[in-house]
Design a binder for this molecule. Structure first.
Ligand code: AMP
Length: 547
């Protein structure tokens, strides 16, 4: 009988049975003098002893100010040292951190804070054009559960730290003893495989172990320095970056608040980073930077590309031109903490640049015929499913939605199409969920479609992703106007720009009077995509080979 597409990861190393707070304390006691965190923009540098002490101070303040185990606290901010401190302080105090995309605008923010019932929010007052304070103050009446906003770098923040100094030492200790690794500790909003945003709820066990094994497969020790230009609000930053480092005593480097190719290259050189993370778009921007050759990247050894289809050619350049000879590709999703498969340092170069690797330790993966329980044969495409410690607890307060994606046997149905080869290596070959990934940011066409329909001149709208060499995909909106309307492409885009995060504004707008339909009246998005590729001349981008 031919082999079926199902594999289980190694179980030689045991799972960590700890909370995030306890694990950090252990690392700090092993490597007190080693660097823990550098925020290069703010000029903050903390050793593990100092980082751990700061985390404890903030955790004490949170307890003293009345936040209970399981309360929700949001963080809506670009990357900064405070973000990471809040991540560990909330975990240490048993408070659930709700991570919110800093590109979100008011209505997206209000949804996340209300659905999770946040009592507090951490945010900067302003970053570039994002007026966080203004948006929060304007939305105040729509946020009934929010009691307090702590703005980074203001008196709010210093007062919190000062409270931590005054607080009762024992209250936090007592609190920590009562926490369990199976408590939820993090909610991340994702539209999952379909529809409206849902809060993937992750426990200490989920994210601590995923970070730990990612770090193991990258061979991290206390001598590694990890450059984290990927967003902290996503698992790529807070789990693979932060927890991957703190479980190994490695240093976390924040090169800039949001992605900046030059700041990233500079950080690798100045901090002597050994590992660099990025979605494919970030590596493409670094490799094509005008001053690329002037940076010394010789300290790099490894790193991770993930989050979107990884072009084989870009991987080859990362190995050859960035000295990342042990670079790995990870595949995963928020609902699985996130990583399910990863390439190994000792895999052949060919496999390391052209596959998403093999199943992670203590995780199982299989490929099924979508909509059935039938596991396909090796080499056949099907839906990738993941099972194990890494699968989320569920979507916050949405049991039915959870049951739609995690089946009775515990398999998370990813909505991604994959092929498993004879040795268990996987390729991601497509998606059955309606999702576009632009520069690593997920966009749900339905959200944009519903938004476009709120325009008085729009009769109907359907949105697809089209290939793009730099961003992987770009949004293309097909719009049917009301009869007699003179709505222009620019007007459609500026309408979106007012209310939506920038990355959700369609690059291409195409006016049409009809959409390709099936006999049952369903829009055929693959035909829209094919036609758009031909009309926009995107054949070269469409032919890029991915891992
Ligand atoms: P998120 O929940 O934001 O992490 O997005 C998860 C989705 O990103 C997955 O379901 C995939 O569609 C996509 N993805 C993540 N990593 C990869 C990868 N290495 N190759 C292809 N797609 C990926």
């Amino acid at each position: 009988m031919p082999d079926l597409s199902q594999t289980a990861g190694e179980v030689d190393a045991t799972l960590l049975d700890q909370t995030v707070g306890d694990n950090l304390a252990e690392t700090a006691s092993r490597f007190p003098e080693r660097p823990a965190l550098s925020d290069l923009t703010a000029g903050v540098r903390l050793s593990y002893a100092a980082f751990d002490a700061e985390v404890t101070r903030i955790a004490r303040a949170l307890v003293a100010r009345g936040l209970a185990v399981g309360d929700r606290v949001g963080v809506w901010s670009p990357n900064c040292a405070e973000w990471t401190l809040v991540q560990y302080a909330t975990a240490r105090a048993g408070i659930i951190l709700v991570t919110i995309n800093p590109a979100y605008r008011s209505h997206e923010l209000v949804y996340a804070l209300n659905q999770s019932g946040c009592r507090w929010v951490f945010a900067p007052e302003q970053y570039r054009t994002s007026a966080y304070r203004e948006m929060l103050e304007e939305s105040q009446s729509e946020l009934p559960t929010v009691e307090q906003v702590v703005y980074f770098g203001t008196d709010d923040w210093s007062a919190l730290i000062a409270d931590g100094d005054r607080a009762d030492d024992d209250a936090l200790e007592v609190r920590m003893v009562g926490l369990s690794p199976d408590d939820p500790i993090n909610i991340q909003y994702t539209s999952g495989t379909t529809g409206f945003p849902k809060g993937a709820t992750l426990t200490h066990r989920n994210i601590l172990n995923n970070g730990y094994f990612v770090g193991e497969l990258c061979g991290y020790t206390e001598h590694d320095v990890v450059c984290i230009p990927v967003p902290l609000y996503h698992c790529f930053g807070m789990v693979m970056g932060n927890l991957g480092s703190t479980t190994h005593g490695s240093a976390m480097v924040i090169p800039a608040p949001t992605f900046d190719a030059e700041a990233t290259l500079r950080a690798v050189e100045s901090e002597r980073c050994t590992s660099l993370y990025g979605v494919p778009t970030m590596f493409i921007a670094e490799l094509s930077h005008a001053d690329f050759d002037s940076y010394d990247l010789s300290t790099l050894r490894t790193g991770i590309m993930a989050g979107a289809p990884c072009p084989v050619e870009v991987m080859k350049q990362v190995v050859a031109r960035m000295n990342m000879r042990e670079v790995t590709i990870c595949y995963g999703m928020t609902e699985t903490s996130p990583v399910s498969t990863q390439t190994r340092a000792d895999d052949s170069l060919e496999r390391r640049v052209s596959t998403v690797g093999r199943v992670h330790p203590h995780v199982e993966v299989r490929v099924i015929t979508p909509g059935t329980d039938t596991v396909v044969e090796r080499g056949e495409p099907g839906e990738l499913c993941t099972r194990g410690y890494s699968v989320m607890q569920g979507y916050w307060a949405q049991e039915e939605r959870t049951r739609e994606v995690i089946d009775a046997e515990g398999w998370m149905h990813t909505g991604d199409l994959a092929v498993m080869d004879a040795d268990g290596y996987l390729n991601i070959v497509g998606r059955i969920k309606d999702l576009v990934i632009r520069g690593g940011e997920n966009i749900y066409p339905r959200e944009i479609e519903e938004f476009l329909l709120t325009h008085p001149d729009v009769l109907d709208a359907h949105v697809v992703g089209v290939p793009d060499e730099r961003y992987g995909e770009e949004l293309c909106a097909w719009v049917r106007r009301q009869p007699g309307s003179t709505l222009s492409e620019d007007e459609v885009r500026s309408f979106c720009r007012e209310r939506l995060a920038r990355f959700k504004v369609p690059r291409y707008v195409h006016f049409t009077d009809e959409f390709p339909m099936t006999v049952t009246g369903k829009v055929q998005k693959y035909l829209m995509r094919e036609q758009s590729i031909a009309e926009l001349g995107l054949q070269v981008a469409a032919s890029i080979e991915n891992a």
